[in-house]
Design a protein around this ligand. Sequence first.
Ligand code: NAP
Length: 248
Amino acid sequence: MGLLDGKVAVVTGGSRGIGRAIALRLAAEGADLAICVRNVEAAGAVATEIEGLARRCLVRQVDVANAQQASELIEATIGELGRLDVLVNNAGITRDGLLMRMKEEDWDEVLAINLKGAFNCAKAAVRPMLKARGGRIINITSVVGLQGNAGQANYAASKAGLIGLTKSLARELASRGITANAVAPGLVPDTGMTGELAEDIQEQMLAGVPLGRAGTPEDVAHAVAFLASEQAAYITGQVLAVDGGMVM
Ligand code: NAP
């Protein structure tokens, strides 16, 4: 028996890094998956892995910043997989730079994908979840959204915004059995995102991790699987840091 037998989950940005690990973990717990990315070819490998776990996997080319495309993703999920139980808003980007030099388009793009993307997907997902009188919304934020980070004003603002969105959804939807929680990873190296971080900055960040190691995509995926399951039915509006104790 898996934690998510018979359930259907949508994971945005499920082709690589943390999103890939989440999709595989939810599938291993028995869920069928819909994943969306902009570069659809890159998602073929994870779809094959999910099908190898005897789960169905729908792959859609979607830019989550586009409300119409986000809505079509949810419609296609229900049309082809029959239901929607879990939405994981994982898709995210960075466009780092000190505020003085940050271009307006870098601010706009990060906010459009990281924050408005989650709004677009949640808005589309809530209707079927309300009908079903149940569901799980899990937003992947970051420790940077809790404590800020020099050179990441746009990213930190988007991730802090996700926490406000999560808590508001938790309050709006609780009476219908829908929970909304956020997971805040610390440093998770070797993903597309952290590949861009200079090694000395990664080392500096690691020095502030009480558990003495970096996180893995699987560390994050375990937390998401728990929050997606029935075991987390009495948890809503929370931010669960998966960061080795970096922020406490
Ligand atoms: P990643 O390896 O760069 O993967 C990002 C994923 O999001 C890819 O599948 C990407 O696919 C997809 N994506 C990006 N923009 C999209 C869009 N507009 N529409 C649909 N899909 C889109 O990043 P990661 O490190 O795994 O990060 C995943 C999440 O964890 C992000 O929200 C990130 O902020 C958060 N996080 C990461 C860390 C870390 O240390 N890695 C720490 C804290 C939080 P395409 O490019 O093909 O669209």
